[in-house]
Design a protein around this ligand. Sequence first.
Ligand code: RIB
Ligand code: CA
Length: 346
Amino acid sequence: MTVRYGVPGISARPTWFPAPAVARTAPLGATKKPLPLIIDSDPGLDDALAIGLACARPELDLLAVTTVGGNADVRHCTENALRLLHRYGRDDVPVAEGAAGAILGEVIRAPEIHGVSGIGNTVLDPSPNAARAEGAVELIASILRSHPEKVAIAPVGPLTNIALLIRLHPELVDRIAHLSIMGGSIGEGNKTVSAEFNIYADPEAADVVFRSGIQITMMGLDVTHQALLDGAAVERLRKTDTASGGVAADLVDFALARERAWYDAPAAAIHDAVAVAHLAIGDLVSVAEYHVEVDVTHGPARGRTVCEGYPRRLARSGQVVNAQVGIHLDPKRFEDVLVDAYARLP
Ligand code: RIB
Ligand code: CA
């Protein structure tokens, strides 16, 4: 008896439309011409690895790390960003603090996943730097205003800062080369059945961003759940024999402990690193085209990224594609990319 789609003896077409892979629109950094990049984050275990990856890859020119409340209180996220950059040997990269929480609605946190501090039980040496006084939005704005090239932004936390940037500095929107966002999901969520954490944390901000017209790649759970590291990967990180590799190993170990306890699962998804890796490696992530709309109602679907990729419905509704969405990556290659990055860091 053939069992397909989970029902013995019945083969039904899937309910989701598998939009085909298309050529990427996201810019791609190159060692000879590194891509100017700002990471907006809520460090955060996987944020920490995304920042490390950006520091290590020669294809990327990390200009700043800004913080937003999400996984932890924003003051923890800011201190973590400063200390992580210090650990990675990048005290040259400025940090600025942004919104403590959503513009509307409840402020949500994820201490059960990332620990109250945001980086598990890891204690990093203090940074010699302090966060910039102007704050996240104004630091991003000043970089967009002054940089000779358009600048890519990788938002890997709630999108509050990015929405505020769009509303406070609409004249700078065209200086943003691309938004490589970790957030959302074509399928189900993780914070709720409908919504992924970053979007659920501030759906109104996400709605502003997805309606902005800025070129977007959305790395949702569909692809980030393929970006898995397991115990063997942790050992590979430790065997890089770098202090940064040891920190990354500890952070992933903390995430693995929860995965094992909650789901009896052997691996943890390093969501945020996918959004950064896509800007440095051209063929790691496959993407497809969707119209993405954020549900900002206050019902059970709040924070859902409604992803329409079916051409006939798009044509019928008049909706236009406003994002590329990650659909596939090779997990082994992803692991190699992270281990290689941490072997390069101090
Ligand atoms: O849903 C995963 C996202 O939420 C990641 O950015 C993780 O850091 C958390 O912020
Ligand atoms: Ca994050």
